[in-house]
Every structure is written in structure tokens, then in C-alpha cells.
Design a protein around this ligand. Structure first.
Ligand code: DGY
Length: 321
């Protein structure tokens, strides 16, 4: 039997590419630049499987006339794919959960600490040769240790951040999730539930977002919600850019009440709202949540496992549609 033909839309770490090439007739996007919608549509018509990433938007129109059998997303979030349209076209969709939980939680902590302690601003001052020496009032930040962390979206990654914050930084952790969370899971990371996003925002010194993206959570954090956050609070987003109204956030970073923000994701990646770029109190990272070697290899291996199971006639372990 001939091996199924798979298109991988970006380059992967070498180990994952080698494993993929050993299992399938695979084509990698050698140039490693984002493919156009037309090229993606063509791939869905000419390959048995496509393995896209968060930066490939597989919108409903691309599924018209598609003959691929499976889309194996290299990533846990899959709001880049219109799963309803995929289903209608009879195409299975899978993702890569679990393997990037720790790395993404680590980066959320890094952004939280950097934003709170003004690391970006401090480094820019130092590199510009503008540092005049130690003084008691220089670059005063916010203290995370012992403060209250609000987690919005309390799935795997939200809980991993809570664990770090509670056990490592003695933080009180509160959370909101639209779906029920087992009491033991919350207790294991010392977290208390709150009834609404607003309740979390009013009480937390630090707020970290771990919801899905998409229409459901578009502008989950908007001007009204920013306005009820505590004076001096810090907002962190490693989830999806659309969860935060960036224009409203830039305004809040300028006028308060919040002190700072740490962002790994943006509404129109790779473009970043110029109003945010202008804010010294925003720490901005280029979507690095899962960016460690072992994690990016593990994501490839998980995407591969999903493909192997599917083409062997087994249920793919991470089917989302
Ligand atoms: C994901 O997997 O959803 C990330 O955003 C990319 O690692």
C-alpha cells in the first residue's frame, strides 16, 4: 500500500520531521513562510492529510471541494480551523494537547514576573546607556509573592500556572471557568472558584488568561472589564490574541487602573497594535509559549501519532472534530 501523502505547512524540529518522513510520503513547506489561503485550499484538495499550525487559517471556504481526510493541527489551540466546515467536508481534525502545558505555563509566569518587575523597561534603559545607578526609587514594580492570582480558564494550562504561583510564589489563587472543574483539581493547586470573570477581575492583583480563542471569547477582556481591575493589577495573556481588546488594553496601560501587561499572543499576528508597542509597561513576546526544543518535538510526535492512528484505522487520540 502506498504511504498517505501529508503536507506539513511549516518546518518542524529535525527529529519530528525525520519521524514524519519515516511514516508518510511527506512534503514540508521548504521555504517555511506562511502559505497563502489559495495554497492551503489546494493542499486540502491534493494531499491525504494536512498538518497546519496556529498561523494557518483554515476558514470554511478552504474546505469547499477538499478531499483530504484529516487535518492534524500542530498545536493545542485549534480556533485557526473552522471545525464545523471540516466536519461537513468529512474531514477529521486533531490537535496536540498536554505536551505544551508546562512550557506555556512557564512562559505565563515569565511574562507575569517580567511585567510586574519591569524587566523589559529596565533592560531597554540599561542597553540605551541611560541607567544612572542604583537608587531607592528606581523602577519600582509590583510584588507577586503573596499576591492574589486570578486565572480565567482553568484547564490544563491554567492549573499548571496556578500550581507554580501557589507553590512557588505563595500566591492566593482564584479562578473562573465557564465549564465545571473537579473540586480535587482546584484543591490540588490551592485554587478557589469565583462565580464570574468580573469577580476574578475585581479581586486579583494578577490576572492570567487560559481560555480558548475564537468568537466565543473574542474581547473577553474589554474596556468595561479592564476598568474594574484593581489599581496596579497586571494582565497576562498566553491564550489567544482575540481574547483581549488591544486598543482598550493600550488605553488602560496608559490611564490605569492596571500597571502592566505581559502578552505572548496578539489579535492580528504577526502584526502588533502600535498603541501597545508604544507602552513601556507592556512586555511583548512573539508567541513563544511552546517554544522549547523538547516541546516542539513532542508536538510534532503527537501530530504524527494522530495521523498514524487515523491511517491505521484507529481512533486518533486527540480528535477535536
Ligand atoms: C498552541 O499550541 O495552541 C500554541 O498557541 C502554539 O504552540
Amino acid at each position: 500500500m502506498t504511504a498517505p501523502r501529508v503536507l506539513v505547512t511549516r518546518r518542524w524540529p529535525a527529529d519530528a520531521e525525520a519521524a514524519m518522513a519515516a511514516a508518510f510520503d511527506v512534503t514540508f513547506n521548504e521555504g517555511d513562510v506562511a502559505m497563502s489561503p489559495q495554497a492551503l485550499a489546494e493542499a486540502l484538495r491534493s494531499f491525504d492529510a494536512v498538518a497546519p499550525t496556529v498561523s494557518d487559517r483554515l476558514t470554511a471556504d478552504l474546505f469547499e471541494g477538499a478531499t483530504a481526510k484529516i487535518v492534524s493541527n500542530y498545536g493545542v489551540g485549534y480556533t485557526n480551523i473552522d471545525t464545523e466546515a471540516a466536519k461537513k467536508a468529512g474531514i477529521t481534525v486533531t490537535n496536540t494537547p498536554g505536551v505544551l502545558t508546562d512550557c506555556t505555563a512557564d512562559l505565563a509566569m515569565a511574562l507575569m514576573l517580567s511585567a510586574a518587575r519591569r524587566l523589559g523597561e529596565g533592560e531597554r534603559e540599561l542597553r540605551a546607556g541611560k541607567w544612572t545607578g542604583w537608587r531607592p526609587t528606581h523602577m519600582i514594580g509590583v510584588k507577586p509573592t503573596g499576591a492574589t492570582l486570578g486565572v480565567i480558564g482553568f484547564g490544563r494550562i491554567g492549573q499548571a500556572v496556578a500550581r507554580r504561583a501557589h507553590h512557588g510564589f505563595a500566591m492566593k489563587v482564584i479562578y473562573f471557568d465557564a465549564y465545571p472543574i473537579p473540586a480535587e483539581a482546584a484543591a490540588a493547586v490551592g485554587a478557589e472558584q469565583r462565580a464570574s470573570v468580573e469577580d476574578v477581575l475585581r479581586e486579583a492583583d494578577f490576572v492570567t488568561l487560559h481560555t480558548t480563542g475564537g468568537a466565543e471569547n473574542r474581547h473577553l477582556i474589554n474596556a468595561e472589564r479592564l476598568a474594574i481591575m484593581k489599581p496596579g493589577a497586571v494582565l497576562v495573556n498566553t491564550a489567544r490574541g482575540e481574547c483581549v481588546d488591544e486598543a482598550a488594553l493600550a488605553q488602560a496601560l496608559k490611564d490605569g487602573p492596571i500597571a502592566a501587561a505581559g502578552l505572548d499572543v496578539f489579535e492580528e499576528e504577526p502584526k502588533v497594535n502600535p498603541a501597545l508597542m508604544a507602552m513601556e509597561n507592556a512586555v511583548l513576546a512573539p508567541h513563544l509559549g511552546s517554544a522549547t526544543h523538547s516541546t516542539r518535538v513532542a508536538m510534532g510526535m503527537t501530530a504524527l501519532e494522530n495521523l498514524k492512528a487515523f491511517f491505521d484505522g484507529r481512533e486518533p487520540p486527540n480528535r477535536v472534530a
